[in-house]
Design a protein around this ligand. Sequence first.
Ligand code: ZN
Length: 197
Amino acid sequence: MYYTESLDKLVKELGKFPGIGPRSAQKLAFHIMKIPKEEARELAQAIVDIKEKTRHCSICNNFSEGEYCPICANPGRDKSVICVVEEPNDIIAIEKIGIYKWTYHVLMGAISPLDGICPDDLKIKELLKRISSGVKEVILATNSNTEGEATAIYLGRIIKPLGIKVTRIARGIPVGGNIEYTDQATLAKAMEKRGEL
Ligand code: ZN
């Protein structure tokens, strides 16, 4: 036993976070030991608050403190275009681009038979209910991995017959990327999705 009981508990708790190994957990715990008591209290309170005050938007499943998230509550948003993503974090990433005024729908995951996740486990029924009222376009912005692709294909198959435009985000070479170092699957997609100059 190298640590005191409370330090041991903190290291163990911090070590549960993704990407935090035992060494990082120890480093963070030592840092917390050094910060003023008030700062530590604020950190603890922020953790409690996020669990007690944050919920999912009743329209799009984004993080929210009220019934609707700030995006759904914003009258300036184009409700006729829904960008479908896997997780709320994806909304943050797309919103950071700062130019889109559409709304979102978070599926809360992706279809993954290997992990036992089927369409019924995702927020697909809720999406279909939303698009039944005046939606013109559904943008499928699921991840570009096997699960994300399978989910996009599945959604395309059920939404297209409803007469709604369904688009899929393009895959290709990252900005600043080099063709020589691009993996074959990405390069193949980039060639396939080439656009006119
Ligand atoms: Zn929302």
